[in-house]
Structure formats: structure tokens, C-alpha cells
Design a protein. Structure first.
Length: 70
């Protein structure tokens, strides 16, 4: 069973591109969530805080596991 991969980061040009390129190069299908405002991020941050103690950007979510920058 393949787990859904989500990469979340600010929608500013160039930020997070290195990870997006790595995921594409490895052939990983992922959802690219680009936050354009603090309001968008606040809504998802509340959901992520149920899964991880440190919801932060950038994050990589694989199933129920979340990796964030500290």
C-alpha cells in the first residue's frame, strides 16, 4: 500500500525547490502544498499539531508521519 506524500512550504519562488526536484527525480508522486498567506498556513498548522508536537514549515508528511524543520 502506497502512502500519500505531502510537501508543504511557502509559495515564494525558489523556496523548497531542492526537495521538489529530489522527489521528482526519485519518481515520488506528492502533493505540493504552497502557502500564500499566514491564514492558509494557520488552518493546516492546527491540523498538523494533532500529529506532531512541532508543526512548522517546511514539512514532509508521509501517511501519519510528519518531518518538520526545527
Amino acid at each position: 500500500m502506497e502512502q500519500k506524500v505531502v510537501f508543504g512550504y511557502w509559495g515564494l519562488r525558489g523556496l523548497g525547490e531542492h526537495l521538489r526536484h529530489c522527489l521528482n527525480f526519485c519518481g515520488v508522486e506528492f502533493e505540493d502544498k504552497r502557502y500564500m498567506s499566514r491564514d492558509q498556513w494557520a488552518a493546516d498548522k492546527a491540523e498538523l499539531s494533532k500529529i506532531t508536537a512541532f508543526p512548522n514549515l517546511p514539512y514532509l508528511k508521509i501517511g501519519n508521519m510528519v518531518l518538520t524543520e526545527s
